[in-house]
Write a protein that binds this ligand. Structure first.
Ligand SMILES: [Fe+2]
Length: 386
């Protein structure tokens, strides 16, 4: 009786110890799963290799890997791999494998079935090809989890080389859950790649459209082309001094390239007229800001570009056109192009007058800074030339 009691007690202690170990393993696994879930939140980072390492160490297998199918499941590639110190890498040997060489394996995976092989000697005859391939890699037992979302995408495998293993259901469930996380991650990576591609194509379309607009205006007025390009360059240099970032600099450059686009609607006889313009002719030239705005107002461009086109002849004191805006009513970018436009025009040759020197143009801007022109922008322009 006493012996039985003692025996029962020992069994109970062993059971509790096993339970504690199991619990410890489970908590540790859950922490690792949380870490993996976090790693899979960032679709820009390729963390799959690191995840295979965590899974390999967590399950104490010798090799973890991912295969991906291609060409409508016709071929498979070993795309990721982690190996323990004692195990040899196989990834380079396992590329472009024809799926139909492994019919037993494929049938299970296509049915979204987890493959658990405790002893590869027990693989049935229909899986002979698979058995040979696994033996070639010295595998004793393995677990394969299909990566299946709507259809089969690939699989994750866990190889044991040193000894056979009996997988428990809780671990298999856990690894299946990780398989699903990896599938969602791939989905996100795909979506992000597609989004980048769409953005790239869109910006290429916008660039082509801007080039077309600029080229059309150049056909009529070569002065405007050179003028706009130089305004873009100087404005970019000043904006850089003010700490603008690359996408903001691009916007300023596009605004500068397009700022006089409305001149396309001003008669050439007026644009190229030597000597001074009549009041009516000058009124027609002034219309180029509104013409330009009308051309681009419905195009999907940043508003600041449209503002530059419409308001680059405004002056801080309200003496400009077309709306007589004052300093606070204009974005920095428009005030910038206003200054650079005047500077570039004054230092270039025009049909109606020869060019002024840089010093003369800077003196004019300096005299009018804080009145017609933005003081800080004029100071910055001066600092670039003096
Ligand atoms: Fe203009």
């Amino acid at each position: 009786m006493d012996n039985n009691y003692q025996g029962n007690q020992n069994d109970l202690v062993k059971l509790i110890q096993r339970y504690e170990l199991e619990l410890e393993h489970r908590i540790k696994s859950e922490n690792e799963i949380n870490m993996i879930a976090k790693m899979l939140t960032f679709p820009d980072q390729d963390n799959i290799n690191e995840i295979l390492k965590i899974l390999g160490k967590m399950t104490k297998v010798d090799r973890t890997y991912i295969f991906e199918f291609k060409d409508n499941l016709k071929f498979m590639d070993n795309t990721y791999e982690w190996t323990a110190e004692n195990a040899e890498s196989e990834i380079e040997n396992l590329k472009n494998l024809p799926s139909d060489l492994f019919p037993w394996w494929m049938k299970k995976l296509k049915n979204n079935e987890t493959i658990v092989i405790e002893d590869i000697e027990e693989i049935p005859a229909e899986g002979n090809n698979e058995k040979e391939m696994l033996k070639d890699q010295s595998i004793k037992s393995l677990l394969v989890i299909p990566l299946f979302k709507d259809s089969l995408k690939g699989f994750i495998g866990f190889d044991d080389i040193k000894s056979k293993r009996k997988w428990n259901y809780a671990d298999i469930d856990l690894l299946n859950a990780i398989g699903n996380l990896i599938l969602s991650y791939w989905d996100n990576v795909d979506k992000t790649k597609k989004l980048h591609q769409v953005n790239k194509e869109l910006s290429q379309t916008v660039s082509s459209m801007i080039n077309i607009l600029v080229n059309i205006s150049v056909e009529r007025d070569p002065y405007t082309k050179d003028h706009s390009s130089r305004v873009a360059l100087i404005a970019e240099n000043i904006a850089e001094e003010f700490g603008f970032q690359s996408n903001e600099l691009s916007t300023i450059k596009i605004g500068a390239q397009l700022h006089d686009i409305g001149k396309i609607n001003v008669p050439r006889s007026i644009l190229f007229k030597p000597g001074s313009l009549s009041e009516l002719e000058f009124e027609m030239v002034k219309q180029h800001t509104r013409f330009g705005y009308e051309i681009i107002k419905d195009v999907n461009l940043p508003n600041v570009i449209k503002d530059i086109v419409l308001h680059h002849h405004e002056r801080n004191d309200g003496s400009g056109y077309p709306d007589g805006l004052k300093e606070a009513e204009m974005p920095f970018e428009t005030r910038l192009i206003a200054v650079v436009d005047v500077f570039e025009a004054m230092t270039s040759h025009r049909a109606y007058r020869p060019s002024l020197t840089v010093d003369e143009a800077l003196s004019y801007l300096d005299e009018n800074k804080g009145i017609m022109f933005d003081q800080e922008i004029v100071n910055c322009l001066k600092s670039l030339y003096l």
